[in-house]
Design a protein around this ligand. Structure first.
Ligand SMILES: *Cc1c(COP(=O)(O)O)cnc(C)c1O
Length: 378
């Protein structure tokens, strides 16, 4: 059997060990320390870029923790409803359940595969008509493609509902130079092992308001009041990022722009070499949109072959490809949740496939993938 080709695997830059060694040398082996502070600064400066939107970052143990704390900071409580993009990874929606709230799922639109602004508005109106105004809205920039976030925010503001941006897959993506993760009061990032950069496991809450980021740090370190003894007046969480992981993150931030370029080059390569192949459709960027192309995704629209035909053919050659994320409203755990849409995300799931997209893919590996795709679809 030939060596495995992964969908997306960790890709170290080189300086990660330097920062991790510093943590050992200075004995900052704890969920605080210079790397944690440095990593937060690095992310904030990156996201601000030249755009001028100031942001503040709290480094956490995971992206899921960031979404959970984000919902807490938006005061989501038991019995509340939270609108969430249906086409996403389950970690966007699970924190709604952690709070004892109910998710309301909204379908995708075809231009970005993310939350449909039209169905979002229909959902808000119907939930209000049924007696409950949603407490928050969670759109996602899936696979790195920015959602129609400005339209979503405009609608949310009309009804005075806060938006929590799930930018876990979209670090480095932007719309007209404003980075994903800076559009809303609160956003979540992930540094899990498969993401565009990784801290092995980790995440961050991004906030426009410094006090919100500070509150996230407070809640993530067990919510200890200022007192010499352990004193608590809030529910605390153990969600802070460790100084070791943050050291990996600092090294990764040095190569983030390079990783975005490499992922985008993968996408360009796939579109180029498959331009003449029947039955493969890509997702181009709308005007002004810039995707980090975390994963190259395709739709299989072939006269005689299905997505599963292609996936299993790749799998037989030890090449990992994964169906597009199964929508949340189709998941057993969320089967009773309300859903607003026209089935767009179900068709994306039926026909969609994520191709190997690592920034560390070699030319040889890409040629193996291409050969199998062509063979499977001929
Ligand atoms: C990865 C991911 C998360 C969760 O991040 P973790 O760091 O793995 O907890 C949330 N939302 C989306 C869309 C993701 O892809």
């Amino acid at each position: 059997m030939q060596s495995k080709i992964w969908l997306s695997s960790p890709h170290m830059g080189g300086n990660e060990r330097k920062y991790v060694n510093e943590a050992f040398d200075t004995n900052w082996v704890a969920p605080l320390g210079p790397n944690v502070n440095g990593f937060e600064q690095d992310i904030a400066r990156f996201l601000e870029g030249n755009h001028g939107q100031e942001v503040h970052v709290a480094a956490l143990s995971s992206g899921t923790a960031a979404i959970h704390l984000g919902l807490i900071l938006l005061d989501v409580k038991a019995g509340d409803e939270v609108i969430c993009q249906s086409m996403t990874f389950s970690a966007s929606a699970n924190p709604i359940l952690y709070q004892g709230a109910t998710p309301v799922f909204v379908d995708s639109e075809p231009d970005t595969w993310n939350m449909s602004p039209e169905f979002l508005e229909a959902a808000i109106k119907d939930r209000i008509a049924k007696g409950k105004k949603p407490k928050a809205i969670i759109p996602v920039h899936l696979y790195g493609m920015p959602a129609k976030i400005r339209k979503i925010i405009t609608i949310a503001q009309q009804y005075d509902i806060p938006v929590l941006e799930d930018a876990a897959e979209a670090l480095g993506s932007h719309i007209n130079r404003q980075y994903c993760g800076t559009f809303c009061e609160i956003a979540a990032l992930s540094f899990n092992g498969n993401k565009i950069i990784t801290t092995s496991g980790g995440g961050a809450l991004v906030a426009k308001n410094a006090a919100i980021a500070e509150k996230a740090r407070f809640l993530s370190t067990q919510a200890r009041d200022a007192a010499p003894h352990y004193q608590h007046s809030h529910i605390g969480y153990n969600y802070r990022m460790s100084n070791i992981c943050a050291g990996i993150g600092r090294g990764q931030m040095e190569v983030l722009q390079e990783r975005v370029q490499q992922r985008r080059a993968n996408y360009d390569w796939y579109t180029n070499v498959l331009s003449e192949t029947e039955g493969i459709k890509f997702l181009p960027e709308p005007e002004g949109y810039y995707s980090n192309r975390w994963l190259t995704t395709v739709l299989v629209k072939h006269s005689s072959r299905t997505r599963e035909d292609l996936r299993t053919a790749l799998d037989a050659e030890n090449i990992e490809a994964r169906p597009l994320w199964k929508p949340m409203h189709c998941q057993p755990i969320f089967k009773d949740a309300p859903f607003y849409g026209d089935g767009t995300s179900e068709i994306l799931f039926r026909d969609g496939l994520c191709l190997p997209s690592g920034s560390n893919l070699t030319g040889e590996e890409k040629d193996r993938v291409l050969k199998q795709i062509k063979k499977a679809l001929q």
